[in-house]
Design a protein around this ligand. Structure first.
Ligand code: X5A
Ligand code: ZN
Length: 719
């Protein structure tokens, strides 16, 4: 029998569109403002109707799901709590429970919304898998991708997409879905989903997100490209972690073309689930306004994301996926908090699914320079699992330089200080303590006269030569490196006034976490526990701010004694990033001039002229503006002139408040020497450890026991 031509209705792609007002019931308990609010769904729904798109779709209502399906992802306790949290029983404790989570609120509608959101993604996924629909969009909330096995977080209660994926794989073998690709393009890392399928090769999880070296929400480090899956799932977890905000269409397209699409081709999924957050969006109207500057335009975009995808950009990303899995695509809404942007973006995506043609034109198709670096790193990490990633990237790639800090600042919440968006959910992110003003410090440590006997450095020696100005002195450092010094009085200290105008965050991880000890490096003198006074900085003004963070670097205690602290090791940070590590740093906002003076003191480069008690600093800075610039790209600078000193390696740990975060530690070569046993690892002396503990406790990071075990653990672990 000759095949009858398909009727027109069947030829047009059947696109499911799930919307249900019942998922608007989840809202803040007292109508407080919150970015994740019911208006998000309504705004999208209105737009799709106004544009005549809803009527072209198969419109579906939300569906509850059974606990047993949610249980494939979440603990029974979690399910029970989420399902009961809206009941009377919790009326008096609901808010308190919410506060225990990170970025979560509950009200009387939360339970129903959450169950419907999970059920709805199951519902559309099933219909697409069964071929009843070609593709579908589930407009659901609360979102899901941050929700973990036993925990709600990041506005997410149940992990809707993960529940649906498990449903298809485990409960519906009849549908023949054996391999699922999850594409998570929400601007935040899909931490929950990643964990769910971390050792499962049936699910390829791909997340592209702002990472900012681990400081962007959820600030866990798990979003690093090094997290590639485990056991059988190795290679089936792919993270593309942007280093900064402002990534836009061009950057995402590059990630698609050079990572996601080649891998998808090889993986050959049976269905694609998109964790479709639209919080990396740039408001369409703003983008269209031809003479709007990038910054002004971005400011109209998502209040949380600080990225620049346009609605057409999303449409193109989606179009590029349509070629796989026979076009079986299920989009589930995740984040996205600018109402106009999310409405326009979902509208653009719906048209793609419906088969409408669109033209993508972007005036600026240049990915950032950092984008290529990130993509290359991802490819290197995964190429053994996906050989197609082994090829060289095209050579003549065009580059755009990293946006300036002020440009970034205008449109991002990479510094999640709560303010407008998170009042309800309490503190979050890697910035774990309040920034406080430093003028509160009244205690002024008097600059002590240096005691010649106790100097941590050798005094001027015999190696002065005639080549130098008579008042110059040449010093042989403890480790043998030669340092040229001049008397301050002789110098025109141009670099000092220069660098006194630049501020940086000095991140301390050792005894300097205790502020009185740190201040010795600024004001001179010694604090409790120190046997040698510091000479201080030339500029003795107090830091402009203090702030704590954790950084993904390993804390270790090495060397076996110091003149100041006696027998025992002192703190170093492994310069290598390790996302399994969390070390506390106390950051002080100081001038770059002061930073150099600290670097001099840490490396014992400041001399006392024995004759008249003058303090002699090196005559040129180790870190100037160009070194800072260099570090922002290269993450570290090993200072050649003092390469054998203990703290010759300056690390760049990211930015805060538009300023670079710098710290000083040992070079990687020393880490190798620690590993080989050539250099000793040694626990800190009691006084030294006590100083760190005081720092952590007075800085409100840990209680005394917590701080002690943090130090002990770092001292006990081998490298
Ligand atoms: C789903 C989503 C964001 C949470 C941000 C918390 N969550 N500051 O976008
Ligand atoms: Zn998000």
């Amino acid at each position: 029998m000759a095949a009858a031509p398909a009727p027109p209705a069947a030829r047009a792609a059947r696109v499911g569109l799930l919307y249900d007002e019942r998922m608007c019931a989840h809202a803040t308990p007292d109508g407080e403002e919150h970015p994740e609010n019911p208006e998000r769904l309504r705004a999208i729904w209105r737009k799709l109707n106004a544009e005549g798109v809803a009527s072209r779709c198969v419109v579906l209502k939300a569906k509850e799901t059974e606990d047993k399906y949610i249980a494939s992802v979440h603990s029974n306790n979690h399910i029970k709590l989420m399902k009961e949290i809206s009941s009377k029983k919790y009326d008096s404790s609901r808010n308190k429970i919410a506060r225990k989570y990170n970025s979560i609120y509950f009200n009387k509608g939360s339970s129903e919304s959450a169950v419907l959101a999970a059920g709805s993604v199951i519902e559309v996924a099933e219909k697409v898998a069964a071929g009843e629909l070609r593709s579908a969009i589930a407009l659901v909330r609360p979102p899901g991708h941050h929700a973990e096995h036993d925990e709600a977080m990041g506005f997410c209660l149940f992990n809707n997409v993960a529940v649906a994926a498990n449903y298809l794989l485990n409960d519906r073998p009849d549908l023949g879905i054996k391999k699922i690709l999850i594409v998570d393009w929400d601007v935040h890392h899909g931490n929950g989903t990643q964990k769910m399928f971390y050792n499962d090769p049936r699910v390829l999880f791909f997340s592209v997100h702002r990472f900012d070296y681990g400081s962007f929400y959820p600030s866990e480090g798990d979003g690093s490209h090094c997290f590639i899956g485990e056991e059988a799932g190795k290679g089936y977890n792919i993270n593309v972690p942007w280093e900064h905000g402002k990534c836009g269409d061009a950057d995402y397209i590059a990630a698609w073309d050079h990572v996601l699409l080649p891998v998808t081709e090889a993986f050959d999924p049976d269905i694609i689930l998109v964790s479709a957050g639209f919080d990396a969006v740039l408001a369409a109207a703003a983008a269209a306004a031809s003479n709007a500057t990038r910054t002004a335009a971005a400011a109209l975009g998502d209040p949380l994301g600080g990225c620049c995808i346009t609605p057409n950009g999303y449409a193109l990303l989606l179009t590029k996926l349509l070629g796989f899995a026979k076009g079986r695509i299920v989009m589930a809404l995740e984040g996205g908090y600018n109402l106009r942007s999310i409405a326009n973006s979902v509208f653009a995506c719906a048209k793609v699914l419906l088969g409408d043609k669109f033209t993508f034109s972007s005036p600026e198709m240049q990915p950032f320079e950092s984008t290529w670096r990130v993509i290359q790193a991802v490819r290197d990490e995964l190429k053994t699992y996906w050989p197609v990633l082994s090829s060289k990237l095209p050579e003549n790639l065009s580059l755009r330089i990293k946006p300036s800090p002020s440009e970034l600042y205008a449109s991002s919440d990479s510094e999640p200080d709560g303010e407008d968006v998170d009042e309800l959910s309490g503190a979050l992110s890697s910035v774990n303590v309040i920034q406080f003003a430093d003028d509160a410090i009244s205690e002024h440590l008097s600059k002590m006269k240096l005691d010649e006997e106790n100097l941590a450095v050798k005094t001027a020696s015999s190696c002065s030569t005639a080549e130098h100005h008579p008042t110059d002195s040449v010093e042989v450092d403890i480790d043998g490196s030669v340092v040229l010094s001049k008397r301050i009085s002789d110098l025109s200290l141009a670099w000092r006034s220069d660098l006194s105008r630049t501020h940086v965050w000095y991140a301390s991880f050792g005894s300097n976490m205790w502020k009185p000890r740190f201040l010795c490096y600024i004001q001179g003198g010694k604090a409790e526990g120190m046997s040698i006074p510091c000479c201080g900085s030339r500029d003795t003004s107090s830091p402009r701010g203090t702030m704590w963070k954790t950084v993904p670097h390993r804390l270790l205690f090495g060397r076996s004694s110091t003149p100041c602290w006696g027998t025992g090791g002192v703190a170093f940070l492994n310069p290598e990033i390790n996302y399994n590590e969390k070390s506390y740093v106390c950051m002080y906002k100081i001038t770059l001039e002061q930073f150099n003076d600290i670097l001099f003191q840490e490396n014992r480069l400041v001399l006392e002229d024995g004759k008249n008690g003058n303090v002699v600093y090196p005559d040129s800075p180790l870190i100037g503006s160009s070194e800072v610039e260099f570090m922002s790209t290269n993450k570290a600078i090993h200072l050649e002139p003092i390469k054998d000193s203990w703290y010759s390696n300056v690390l760049y740990l990211g930015d805060e408040d538009e300023l670079p975060i710098l710290t000083m530690t040992c070079p990687s070569s020393d880490i190798e020497r620690y590993k080989s046993g050539e250099l000793p690892l040694a626990p800190p002396s009691k006084t030294y450890a006590a100083t760190l503990i005081k720092g952590l406790v007075e800085g409100k990071q840990l209680d005394a026991d917590g701080a002690a075990s943090y130090i002990n653990a770092a001292a006990a672990r081998g490298l």
